[in-house]
Design a protein. Sequence first.
Length: 236
Amino acid sequence: MASTKTPQQALDYAVSFLKQMPLATQDPTVAVEILDQVGKRMWMAAPWRWTVGSLPQKALATNTPDYTVTLPSDFLYGLEAKVADPANYPYRDLEIVPDLPTNGILKGNPSQLAITGAGANGLYRISPIPGTVASGATIIGEYKKIAPTVTEEDLEEPILVFPDEWFWVYCLGVMAYAWTWGDDQRGGSGNMASNKQYGFNGYFGMFESALEQMREREKLPLAQVRTVPVPKQEKG
């Protein structure tokens, strides 16, 4: 179920802790920016089920690398793609890459997919170029949606999308950004060690820990599971 909570409720919660900081009354522009940034930070933290949609399916054709598609209006980028090929394997993974050359000459089983363009001008380009294609072979996949944007007009609207059960995480993020805006050490800080491990403290540490709890408790098949092709069973 989508959220019934509003950005204003998170702001009211934060203001109750901020005491005399003029976050809500004297600088509403900053308040809206904080509410929007935290929402987008949560949105991009993982392939949450409420941030993912299905790519338009497209049938493969022999000796054809390019396929025009109408991409969803909320398309941000591709997350995962496969070739559903009933004649060979149930699924074959496609690596999503930023771009592929227009003059590709390599032929074989497709292993890469580039998604470019927007709307009705969307394009799937695959590589290697498929040779003879079995009937029913189709490109399928998932994409990351564009995050909703919080504006001053939306403060009282339930636009946060994620379930109410995770609203407390959003509130922690708003607190972290608000303390930092107020130049208060309770906001905390972050750093990256020489081994490229991140560390956080203060409210930012609490916020990052809460995001990790979300990742552990939510089902994230796109991030954790890869489909292994299953060979055809011989009749006998």
